[in-house]
Write a protein that binds this ligand. Structure first.
Ligand code: RIB
Ligand code: CA
Length: 313
């Protein structure tokens, strides 16, 4: 097997972030160089704590976890306790984490890692607002050409918004950060709501996780039960969109997904459309393509991969 792909996961756990992190830690194709927490679903003290809880649950106290930015570049923090609960990981009570948070700021870890590792060998995997990534790019523009790829969860086109009628949460929380990332010239793969709304959980899948009989399986099932309650009532669908694991699954098995290489701009001024990802899906402009914008997923194979990998923890 070829050497594992080096990744940094930037995250605001969140139950779906947690499942994404478990998927990454259960997959030998990936080497998690570190996890950087950002404010998003819940404030930073909780997202960094949750990242440590998830790694301990996976038996991976060796993973380096850093706290990053505690608010967007220019705006007040908007959180999503209504979706993720007060702790951000509601659904199961887990012991207080005892593994230490790494000293130093997440942004400096991202910069130092990209400068140390061979150019083009590290992939950034943002699962929350893009504040840490944008701050790193502003502080050290030299890292941009060294990033292999940024594979992120965020935005929407046909599915439009989930936190406002026009915008998806991760982009809406810090649209200025998203604008910096989408214009940085770094190869981008975007997992928008267009694809994550097709990655819908099912009762059978959740019960299959529980039937693994492992701590990780039980936790992932309980998190999904909690996370589902909001989306099923909102969308009336059976199951909830499992957003963030799409990023990690793409790294492991890109052929699960399909999309188009198109131009995507971030709306920064719209009174009603702030944070919208204006995706030129029909290529009606001559804007240079800056993102592989994903629209399709092979749902059953995606969930089979999730169960098989979480089953290894
Ligand atoms: O809009 C969905 C995204 O917002 C996911 O990353 C979820 O964890 C929240 O951060
Ligand atoms: Ca997230």
């Amino acid at each position: 097997m070829k050497s594992p792909r080096k990744i940094i996961i930037d995250t605001d756990p969140g139950q779906d972030d947690a499942v994404a992190i478990l998927l990454a830690l259960g997959s030998p194709e990936l080497e998690v160089l570190g996890i950087t927490a950002v404010a998003g679903n819940v404030p930073l003290p909780l997202t960094e704590r949750n990242a440590r809880t998830i790694c301990e649950l996976a038996g991976r106290r060796d993973v380096k976890i850093f706290a990053g930015c505690d608010r967007p570049l220019k705006r007040k923090l908007v959180t999503a306790e209504h979706v993720h609960g007060k702790t951000g990981l509601d659904g199961i009570v887990l012991p207080e984490p005892t593994m230490a948070l790494q000293p130093g700021h997440a942004v400096d870890f991202i910069i130092e890692t990209l400068r140390r590792e061979p150019a083009g060998s590290v992939t950034l995997c943002p699962l929350g607002p893009l504040t840490n990534i944008a701050t790193a790019l502003m502080k050290a523009p030299d890292i941009a050409p060294r990033i292999a790829e940024i594979v992120l969860m965020g935005g929407a086109y046909f599915e439009v918004g989930n936190i406002t009628p026009a915008a998806e949460f991760n982009i809406y929380v810090d649209p200025e950060a998203a604008d910096i990332v989408f214009r940085a010239g770094v190869p981008l793969v975007v997992m928008p709501l267009d694809v994550t709304h097709k990655a819908l959980t099912s009762r059978a899948w959740v019960e299959g996780l529980r039937a693994l009989g492992t701590e990780a399986g039980r936790a992932a099932a309980s998190w999904t039960d909690f996370f589902e309650r909001y989306d099923t009532s909102k969308y009336g669908s059976e199951g909830a969109p499992l957003h963030d694991p799409c990023v990690i699954a793409y790294l492991i098995q890109p052929d699960l997904f399909s999309g188009r290489h198109i131009h995507v701009a971030i709306e920064l001024e719209g009174k009603h459309t702030l944070g919208m990802t204006v995706a030129d899906w029909w290529r009606v402009t001559d804007g240079e393509a800056n993102a592989l914008f994903i629209g399709g997923v092979r749902r059953d194979a995606f969930f089979d991969l999730l169960t098989e990998r979480i089953g290894r923890l």
